[in-house]
Design a binder for this molecule. Structure first.
Ligand code: PXL
Length: 264
């Protein structure tokens, strides 16, 4: 037997049992991007492609035990943080960061694609305390406007304002009214990733998947701009695969690029 090591990424995120978003999407993404995936659940949601019917946060001590026990044994090379849910859970995640020596990507999830709040209102100030010290923040346009506190509609300006305010790199995701492009603020300058329009309304979990694909690429050792470029190519590929499940905005085919002895 020849023993091997692999890059490892961990996701700390909410559970979407319909499998399109959150922790399940993240783990599929890690697998499809060639790395070993670990995951700690923050909230158990009940949802499908049309609605979120409940959100149940885990006990803070449970989340702490999940994270610490996993990472004291297997060290992640990158960490993705998605939906956290409430202030007490954010405090736990914050305190666990000192035990993890890896780049951290924070997707500041606030509202589900179907419009349900996924972060309690009083948790925003705690979330803001988490941002300095992370490697990359990936807000969508409404989240970027909110976190910047700005009235501007230019996503590049929002990325710069947030990046300078918190001392971190920021990717403002397009696809909202403002711009189809993704705008990265990195090392003091702006880089544009052109948006592609793909004729597929099934995009549930796109944000979760993009941030976990970026984490996978960072775990493999790519720099941040390349990690984002490859992650966008991955998301484009799995949207273009045309999976059509559920009655609402359905999930993507995370495994579309995996071909092997067991996929037929
Ligand atoms: O896409 C945001 C998001 C993140 N995490 C979980 C979700 C969703 C959207 O529905 O369910 C668990």
């Amino acid at each position: 037997m020849k023993f091997i090591k692999k890059p490892v990424a961990m996701s700390i995120a909410g559970l979407d049992p319909s499998g399109g978003a959150g922790l399940i999407a993240d783990i599929k993404t890690f697998l499809a991007n060639g790395i070993y995936g670990m995951g700690a659940v923050t909230c158990v949601t009940a949802q499908n492609t049309i609605k979120v019917s409940s959100v149940n946060p885990v006990e803070p001590a449970v989340l702490e035990d999940e994270i610490i026990t996993a990472v004291e044994d297997i060290k992640p090379n990158a960490l993705k943080i998605g939906m956290i849910g409430n202030a007490d859970l954010i405090k736990v995640v914050h305190s666990c960061l000192s035990k993890i020596d890896a780049p951290v990507i924070l997707d500041p999830v606030m509202i589900s694609s179907s419009g349900t709040p996924l972060l309690e209102k009083d948790a925003i100030s705690e979330l803001k305390k988490l941002i300095p010290g992370i490697s990359l923040l990936t807000p969508n346009f409404p989240e970027a406007k909110f976190l910047s506190g700005s009235d501007l509609d230019d996503p590049a300006e929002l990325a710069r304002i947030i990046g300078e305010k918190y001392g971190t790199s920021v990717l403002v995701k397009g696809g909202h009214l403002s711009s189809p492009d993704d705008l990265l603020f990195y090392n003091g300058s702006i880089k544009k990733y052109p948006g592609l329009h793909i004729e597929n309304p099934n995009t549930h979990g796109t944000g979760c998947t993009l941030s976990s694909a970026i984490a996978a690429n960072l775990a493999k050792g790519y720099n941040l701009p390349d990690s984002i470029r490859f992650a966008k190519e991955y998301v484009t590929t799995i949207i273009s695969a045309g999976l059509d499940l559920g009655q609402g905005s359905g999930p993507m085919d995370h495994g579309a690029a995996i071909k092997g002895d067991f996929t037929e």
